[in-house]
Design a protein around this ligand. Structure first.
Ligand code: GUN
Length: 283
């Protein structure tokens, strides 16, 4: 039976540490989240981010904008936040409506306020092994989970299913920078199950419930589930067939309570780091 990697426990520890640190400062770190339209999943994620930020002693503001907002008006909103000295971190919740060019919106955020680490400067610095202002939250959370469980990354074959700019690509850079051999799979990958069965570390970030079957998993592999799929009965299910895979894997993350809470902990950690940088406090 696999060892359960409990992201919830580690995230609680990290958030508590951040909360204590924030008590030392005269000012509070400020995170502003922009949400456009009324995607129900995004609304849940954003309210969770705001709630946890406030519990941790941060200022947190959510700006809700109409689905019909123009590119220009959304960019203007970001410009205002860029210039506001009291705003340390800006996050624009993705996905954005189809008429909005997401890349141009991300590029509009100042790299030093880009708490998601999505700006080309931040992702580019990560890709070439330099320190970005911020590293994407979910991939960073996965690395923290591996480190906390003393799982060695160097020399391991890591297979990532999913090549998104939010998870798959930044995670591939983080793993590569730690000397893993990385394979990134996607919808056009041939013989996906064969590739997965060679993984020492297998990460699923596809958004399809129970997509990864136990036959695809090598005995003793480390299995990380990024999927958060809400079923009709309101239950959350990951991208891994947990009940079967946990019998074969060495380590596995549950859903919920695995990678998800780490994403929020890393968002707060990034906000705090940006706050310290902008206020020239000890980082
Ligand atoms: N949508 C899904 N995950 C994320 C994330 O980490 N950041 C943002 N901005 N949007 C998301």
């Amino acid at each position: 039976m696999a060892v359960l990697i409990k992201g919830k426990d580690l995230s609680t520890k990290i958030v508590e540490k951040i909360r204590h640190e924030v008590l030392n400062y005269d000012k509070k770190p400020t995170l502003v989240v922009i949400i456009v339209g009324n995607n129900p999943a995004s609304q849940i994620y954003v309210s969770k981010k705001k709630h946890t930020a406030e519990l941790t002693g941060f200022n947190s503001r959510v700006i809700e904008l109409e689905e019909s907002i123009s590119q220009k008006d959304l960019e203007k909103q970001i410009e205002i936040l860029n210039q506001d000295k009291n705003v340390n971190g800006i996050l624009v919740q993705i996905p954005l409506p189809k008429h909005i060019n997401t890349y141009n919106i991300i590029e509009k955020i100042l790299p030093e306020k880009d708490v998601d680490g999505f700006h080309p400067i931040n992702i580019g610095r990560l890709a070439i092994g330099l320190k970005p202002y911020a590293v994407s939250c979910t991939p960073q959370g996965i690395i923290k989970l591996l480190e906390e469980n003393n799982i060695e990354i160097e020399g391991k074959h890591a297979v990532i299913i999913g090549r998104s700019n939010i998870v798959g690509k930044p995670l591939s850079y983080l793993l590569l920078n730690r000397n893993a051999t990385v394979t990134v799979c996607h919808s056009k990958t041939k013989n996906l199950s064969d590739v997965c069965s060679q993984a020492d570390i297998l990460v699923a970030a596809v958004g399809i419930p129970k997509f990864v079957k136990s036959e695809w998993v090598k005995e003793g592999a480390i299995v990380i589930d990024v999927g958060i799929n809400r079923m009709e009965n309101n239950k959350l299910i990951g991208d891994i067939d947990f009940e079967e895979v946990e019998k074969k894997a060495g380590y596995i993350t549950p859903v919920p309570g695995g990678v998800g809470p780490m994403t929020i902990a890393m968002l707060l950690s990034n906000t705090l780091e940006l706050f310290k940088l902008q206020n020239k406090l000890e980082a």
